[in-house]
Design a protein around this ligand. Structure first.
Ligand code: ADP
Length: 485
């Protein structure tokens, strides 16, 4: 079985969020199951710099204003990559989607249409003979693949995964002609979204199967509150939509062998975690207080992530003797608000604005709890990382957060299976209540230790989810042969 993944990000080549983690980790998990994957993505400078053995496999003279070459190459960890080298579209440093002014690049429609057109062309007639049995598209940037597939002769089934419906890939109607899309499909039952072209909707309407990244989010997407205008389209396709919970790469995220930590640890030897906690307090300027509940956040700072609720509820944590260490970046007002909180509570609140992979490891290892108060969360990865590191998640009851954290209710505590605190309604009062519960549990060291053990026992790797993707692929391409491990 051969699967061509099409995405705009792939860890560790380029990453702005969880999408990259998934696309980077799923191929290795599938390989163990007899399924070979190639990841096709744009050759941004950061990608080109990290590829080995690159050789051209396909070339087009004009992909929306310049030449495009598909490079076959190896990424770290043996990842099989097809990188679309089109300098007029992708030779730009920094965030893949945003220019130096912080706004979307004005030609994003051409950039990602080029990726989709090239993917459809390659899947139709791969010059190197690697004919995929399935094309697996991720998020709006890959949404036009099934549209460009319409003009192909070889048409492998397309699976489309929704990582976040909040990014619809909207462009003015004029883009339909510019991108060579069939004008008759610019209609409510096609890729039109209220007078705009939506790449996401193209993926939702024209792909053979749809998945999203947790069972709860799959249900939520059918409601107006979470569907963001796509609930009708999704309701029409409900029979083709499944939720498969993401995993995390348990080699990258392994407290027993994490090079970023002061001291490694596992469930049987938690003294390393205490050392990491002390090191984190020293590094972030927090008081060296062993009795404080140290909560952390690693997140984009946007409305989705609900961190304004944490800011509002923070007095509960601080009055209970707790501390907060936050790493994130995003909306300027939210960055400013957290800076102000850090200034008002030196030694109790530490805020680092920016993106820092190494610090994110030390934060999750050193903290006692990780807070994820998202208003919606398709899957969420940081709570899974928290579980793996015995760092108790305090999460909103939504999407993948609800599917991965077992609330510390009386029954779950009694059964020894509670792994965190799950709250609703998702508002400041809900957040306060969850913090009070966490503080009370933390005061009972035996109970807290039991939760750490349960959290660290919970499987959060890819094995189960990869098997579910594999079953879906088998269903769509029953005659594909195993590729061997
Ligand atoms: P989303 O994709 O919506 O941003 P996820 O929880 O699915 O949220 O994935 C976020 C990923 O990005 C996680 O791997 C998390 O550790 C990482 N991350 C988010 N913000 C930062 C940051 N400021 N520094 C380092 N890593 C971050």
């Amino acid at each position: 079985m051969r699967v061509l993944m099409v995405a705009s990000e792939c860890y560790p080549l380029v990453k702005t969020g969880g999408l990259a983690d998934v696309v980077g980790a799923l191929p290795a998990a599938l390989a163990a199951d007899g399924c070979a994957s190639r990841v096709m993505l744009p050759a941004y400078p950061s990608v080109l710099a990290r590829l080995a053995d690159a050789r051209p496999v396909m070339r087009e003279d004009d992909v929306f204003g310049g030449p495009g070459t598909l490079l076959s190459a190896r990424g770290e960890g043996g990842l099989d990559v097809l990188a679309l080298d089109a300098p007029h579209l992708f030779a730009r440093d920094g965030n893949p989607y945003l220019g130096p002014d912080g706004r979307d690049w004005p030609d994003n429609h051409r950039r990602y249409a080029a990726l989709c057109a090239m993917a459809a062309r390659y899947a139709d007639a791969p010059p190197d003979g690697w004919a995929p049995d399935i094309v697996h598209c991720h998020d709006w940037q890959a949404g036009l693949v099934p549209v460009y597939r319409m003009r192909a002769t070889r048409r492998p089934p397309v699976v489309f995964t929704i990582h976040n419906i909040g990014f619809p890939g909207l462009f003015p109607a004029a883009a339909v002609a510019e991108l060579g899309l069939p004008p008759e499909r610019f209609a409510p039952d096609g890729f039109e979204y209220y007078g705009h072209l939506s790449f996401l909707k193209a993926g939702l309407v024209f792909s053979d199967r749809l998945t999203t990244v947790s069972p709860t989010y799959a249900r939520e997407l059918l409601t107006p509150r979470f569907g963001m205008g796509f609930e009708g389209v999704l309701a029409a396709r409900a029979a083709d939509l499944t939720g498969i919970l993401n995993g995390i790469d348990d080699a990258t995220w392994n407290p027993a062998a994490d090079a970023h930590l002061a001291a490694p640890y596992d469930a049987a030897r938690l003294d390393g975690k205490a050392a990491d906690r002390a090191a984190l307090q020293a590094e972030t300027g927090l008081d060296p207080d062993p009795a404080a509940l140290l909560a952390c956040v690693v997140s984009r700072l946007t409305d989705q992530k609900g961190l304004d609720l944490l800011a509002e509820a923070l007095p509960v944590l601080l009055d209970g003797g707790g501390q907060l260490a936050l790493l994130g970046s995003g909306v300027a007002e939210m960055e400013d608000a957290f800076h102000a909180l850090a200034a008002a509570h030196p030694g109790r609140v530490s805020v680092r604005i920016g993106y820092d992979e190494a610090l994110s490891h030390r934060l999750v290892a050193g903290a006692d709890a990780i807070v994820v108060p998202s208003r919606f969360e398709p899957c969420g990865l940081t709570q899974l990382i928290g579980l793996r590191y015995g760092t108790i998640p305090i999460v909103a009851r939504t999407g993948g957060l609800a599917d991965s954290v077992i609330d510390a209710n009386v029954a779950a505590l009694q059964a020894g299976v509670a792994t965190g605190f799950v709250f609703e309604p998702v508002d400041a009062e809900g957040m306060r209540h969850a913090l009070r519960r966490a503080l009370a549990a933390f005061a009972d060291r035996t109970a807290w230790r039991g939760m750490i053990q349960a959290a660290m026992r919970q499987p959060v790797g890819w094995t189960r989810s990869a098997a579910q993707y594999r079953a879906l692929y088998n269903d769509l391409a029953p005659n594909a042969k195993d590729s061997g491990p």
